[in-house]
Structure formats: structure tokens, C-alpha cells
Write a protein that binds this ligand. Structure first.
Ligand code: ADP
Ligand code: MG
Length: 406
């Protein structure tokens, strides 16, 4: 039996209109004869009654003394409500269905409450229900440990649930339905001209996701990539095909962009830049600084080491601790809060001369100072001040003509 996994995000399920579209996609897919596994997120965004962020706010106000284990029990409820609601809607339409918790669906995780990792999936129960011709609805974002504890998977966890189920069931495709037309060349909230990409490779979207594109979780992409299951990111509210995420060679073949250097942009705000000067004479400064950051679980970025000193960035939530640690070691760090990381991403930029030159040119023309830069084979990052973030994204988007992306 061909199996399709569909995942519907929070905004897709939050109101009548969205849920009507969800039903439409389910009916259409079911009519193809495919076995259907539907992963759901909690309904709506912060402020709406059953949204995950609303539950988190509730915990903040009333449950600060709640242990992590019980916090996960509470957080898992949003998806359970979605799953049961969808089951009721499908019954009303005469479509037989069954709703399962993550644990019941066979998603086995480790015991890290709040950010559990999927260890394996036992798809036997899902397979039974599919054989009974039922649509299997699975609560996303959650799993269960070997000994029966409820866990949640962290931000974007429903994407991960869907990819893991797709891999375990050898699905022909995992369809991630959301509130945009696919993976766009940049976040449409910042760049009005952003365009949906027809095809991207797993690697490219992983790079975009790790650099802040919240449209899909990078762990989900990695799981699908390892299993060789294609992902489609598409809109709940339309019938467009959205973006196909597949192997680089297939992506190249399907899109016909042999020489696309830059695929898209991503951004992360809330970054603090730190500078530490080297004392006179030889020292083990670098070793001491980075060891202290590592021991304290502070992840560092944009690392520049020169004989004159070191320059690097940390996330804003870690900045105070990082500065305190540096002072404790006898340094006088200089810090610049309110920075943003802008990433220019493309599987085809490797060996393509002039990409950096175009970045510098575009930002200089817009009077945007580059505070730091870094690059890898498929990404170039620039650090800019946070108020320059959106203008920088727009300048780069037009410098690389991403609005012309087919
Ligand atoms: P869901 O609730 O469906 O999981 P998310 O909010 O997690 O939805 O993801 C969709 C959002 O991701 C879009 O509304 C969009 O603002 C944002 N986004 C950020 N970068 C991109 C991008 N490159 N392409 C598409 N959407 C993006
Ligand atoms: Mg999401």
C-alpha cells in the first residue's frame, strides 16, 4: 500500500475555515487510494486556548514549580485536542478514522523531557489501522519513553513526528501543510518579494532551517533525508504543489537550475557580539575562553581569532553569562548587543566566484555596515545590526534576483 503522511500546522487547524481546507486535502488524498497518516499540531498561535505557547504561558504564570515530567504531560494536551477534534470532523464526513497519541502511534523517545529525541518508531499499530481502511490521526510533537513516560520533542516537533513516521512507514511522501505557499526564498514577513521555490535539496533546506527559516524543522529534514523520503512543503489554503524537498541530484534535474548559486536567505536576530583583546606576550587566551563557553553550554558563532584578540557571537539569552565568565577570567570584553545574523544559502555557490563581492556591494549600496562575516561551502553569513536586518535581507534578495526564482 502506498502511504502518504500529511502534517497540518497550528494555523491550519485554528479555525473553521482552516479545518475545512484540512478536510479537503484529506479527502483528496484518500481518493487516490493511499493509506493516510495525518499528524497534527496544537491549534492556533499564542493567545488561542489550546496553542502550545498558550500552555507555556499558563505554566509560566501558574506552574513554575511544575517538574519537567509533568510539564510535558501538560504540553502534550494541545495536540491531543487537535487529534480528537479532527477525528470528530472526519466522522461527520463519513471518513473512518482513529486518533492516536504519539506513544500509541509507536513513537519511542529518550527521556529528555521538553526536548526528547526519537529513538525509534514501532509502526505496527498504525499499520493495523491502515489495513482497516482508517485515516490514522497522530498527535504530533510528542512521544513516549520505553517505560511509558509522556515526552515532547521541542519546537517544530510535529514536523519531526511526521518525518519519523514517514521514514518508518516508508511513505511515498511527507506533506507539510502550513500557512505559506511552500519554502520561500526568504521569510515573507521580512521580504515582501519572497517567492516559493519549486524544488530544493535536503541540504539546502537544512541550511536554511538551521539559519533561522522556521518553515520546517531541520531535524525533520535530516530524518527524511536519511530515509530518502521526499517532503513537500505546501499551503493548507490552496491547491498549489508547494516546494518539493529531495536529493540534490534530483532537485537539480527537476528544477533545471544547473548554475543557481544562491537559493535563499535566512535570518536570526538577538545576537550579541563579543570582543576580547589579547594581553601582551604569549597566552592561552583562546583555549580558556572557548573552554569556558563550552563548559557552560554557551554556543558560539562567527569566531574570528587573530593575534590581536578574538571576536565571536553568542545568543542574547547567553550574553550576560558569557560576559561574566570573561570578566571572571580577568578580561575586559567589549560587547555589542542587538545584532542579527543574515545567511545567504545556496548549494551551488561552492567554487562560484563573486558571491561575497555581490553581498558586500549590495550592503554597501544600502549603507549597511557588515560587523563580521563567515562562510562555509554552501552558506555565507554576515552579522549586521538588528535594525539593518530587514533592509539587508531585502537588499540581498534583490541583488541575487531571488524574486525571479522560477
Ligand atoms: P506551522 O504552524 O504550520 O508549523 P510555522 O509558523 O512553523 O507554521 O512555519 C510557517 C512560517 O514560517 C511562515 O508563516 C513564515 O512566516 C515562516 N518562514 C520563515 N522563513 C520562511 C521561508 N524561507 N519560507 C517560508 N516560510 C518561512
Ligand atoms: Mg512549524
Amino acid at each position: 500500500m502506498m502511504i502518504t503522511v500529511q502534517k497540518f500546522g497550528g494555523t491550519s487547524l485554528s479555525d473553521e475555515r482552516g479545518r475545512r481546507h484540512v478536510l479537503r486535502h484529506i479527502s483528496r488524498e484518500r481518493a487516490t487510494g493511499a493509506g493516510l497518516v495525518v499528524v497534527v499540531s496544537a491549534m492556533g498561535r499564542r493567545g488561542e486556548p489550546y496553542a502550545t505557547d498558550t500552555l507555556l504561558d499558563w505554566i509560566d504564570r501558574n506552574g513554575r514549580s511544575l517538574p519537567d515530567r509533568e510539564k510535558d504531560m501538560l504540553l502534550s494536551c494541545g495536540e491531543l485536542i487537535s487529534a480528537a477534534t479532527l477525528c470528530s470532523l472526519l466522522n461527520r464526513e463519513g471518513i473512518p478514522s482513529v486518533a492516536l497519541t504519539g506513544g500509541q502511534a509507536g513513537i519511542v523517545t529518550d527521556g529528555r523531557f521538553g526536548s526528547a529525541r526519537i529513538a525509534k518508531v514501532n509502526p505496527a499499530k498504525i499499520a493495523e489501522h491502515l489495513a482497516d481502511d482508517k485515516v490514522v490521526i497522530v498527535a504530533g510533537f510528542q512521544g513516549m519513553t520505553e517505560d511509558g513516560e509522556i515526552t515532547t520533542l521541542g519546537r517544530g516537533g510535529s514536523d519531526t513526528s511526521a518525518a519519523a513516521l514517514g521514514a518508518a512507514l516508508e511513505a511515498s511522501v511527507v506533506d507539510i501543510y502550513t500557512d505559506v505557499e511552500g519554502i520561500l526564498t526568504a521569510d515573507p514577513r521580512l521580504v515582501g518579494e519572497a517567492r516559493p521555490l519549486a524544488v530544493v535539496s535536503y541540504e539546502e533546506i537544512c541550511n536554511m532551517a538551521y539559519n533561522g527559516a522556521k518553515v520546517i524543522h531541520p531535524r525533520a529534514v535530516e530524518i527524511a533525508m536519511r530515509a530518502g523520503v521526499p517532503i513537500r512543503v505546501r499551503s493548507t489554503f490552496s491547491d498549489s504543489e508547494g516546494t518539493l524537498v529531495t536529493r540534490a541530484d534530483l532537485a537539480r534535474e527537476k528544477s533545471g537550475w544547473m548554475d543557481r548559486a544562491v537559493t535563499g536567505l535566512a535570518h536570526v536576530g538577538g545576537v550579541t557580539q563579543l570582543a576580547v583583546g589579547t594581553p601582551e606576550g604569549p597566552s592561552d587566551l583562546q583555549l580558556r575562553v572557548f573552554r569556558a563557553m563550552a563548559i557552560n553550554g554557551i554556543s558560539v558563532d562567527f569566531i574570528n581569532v587573530t593575534p590581536a584578540g578574538i571576536l565571536y557571537t553568542v545568543g542574547e539569552p547567553d550574553a550576560d553569562l558569557a560576559i561574566a565568565l570573561l570578566r571572571e577570567m580577568g578580561f575586559e570584553p567589549r560587547s555589542r548587543a542587538g545584532c542579527a545574523k543574515v545567511a545567504v544559502i545556496g548549494g551551488g555557490m561552492n567554487g562560484e566566484p563573486g558571491v561575497m563581492a555581490r553581498i558586500v556591494e549590495a550592503l554597501t549600496e544600502s549603507n549597511i555596515p557588515i560587523l563580521q562575516s563567515a562562510d562555509s561551502n554552501a552558506t555565507i553569513w554576515v552579522l549586521v545590526s538588528e535594525e539593518d536586518m530587514a533592509p539587508a535581507m531585502r537588499a540581498l534578495h534583490s541583488a541575487f534576483s531571488l524574486h525571479l526564482t522560477p
